[in-house]
Design a protein around this ligand. Sequence first.
Ligand code: SAM
Length: 300
Amino acid sequence: MEKIPSRRLSTSQNTRPEAGLLYLVATPIGNLEDLSFHALEVLKGVDGIACEDTRHSRPLLDHYGIDRPLIALHEHNEDRISNGLVERLLAGENLALISDAGTPLINDPGFPLVRAARAMGIVIRPIPGPCALIAALSASGLPSHRFTFEGFPPRKSAARQTLFESLKEDPRTLLFYESSHRILETLVDVGKVFESDRRVVIARELTKRFETIVETTAGGAEACVLESQAMQRGEFVLLIEGSPPRRHDDALTAEQERILTILLKHQSVKSASAMTAEITGARRETLYREALKMRGETSD
Ligand code: SAM
């Protein structure tokens, strides 16, 4: 079997030039064709592939003619076997870690192995690819420049609502994974905690035949999923729009703004803001700043 040709670190960067590399290889989240060329090359070349469930990964590996030895690494044994895998890496073997789907360590096993390998100076190579949360975020139409991924919400409704309450004021887009067993009850809690017009996107069965990405609201999400049996099946990423920016404490009300606009037509900035302050009780400084903006002048 050919050794992996590409991207080996030079010895000047590698603290253990004699050691092998640990590859973290992303695999498809539904569509088998989403395995990258680089991932294929790596998986064909390593000495062993650690995977969550060998029965689950076999069809993918067979599909691509990958016949490397498999090592079971899952949440129940990873603390125990990670050091053994690090020994193998130190002895010069190249290993890959994959999970059942998507990117390893993203709500999947591998953290103890990566920690142990890094502690021993093993070079770790991510081979990026599918990840359900990133796929969902990119297609959601919700702001993607700032987001927070919260994994699976708690199973119990009370704990779930507490978590949602703690995130309610967060301005970032909120992302969760959810299973078909709990999607409905989770959406009920979304409706209880978030403002009813908060935008919600339900991304279901991404990259699969029945892929569905629907936009609804916190108030309408439960009904949206109740609409059809199909909407309650499969794998889900749930996205909730971040909290809208707070109105600045001294922002003007519509009425204050209206009066200021009228007075500005007839008065200087100074007197229009003073008069509006007297009529409405709003702060004169705030009105003055707003009046300058309305006139196209700046207060700073
Ligand atoms: N490591 C994976 C990744 O990179 O996305 C996530 C693994 S996590 C154990 C599995 C959860 O991811 C599912 O319950 C679901 O919430 C989400 N997920 C995985 N594949 C998905 C898909 N095709 N469509 C929607 N959600 C998916």
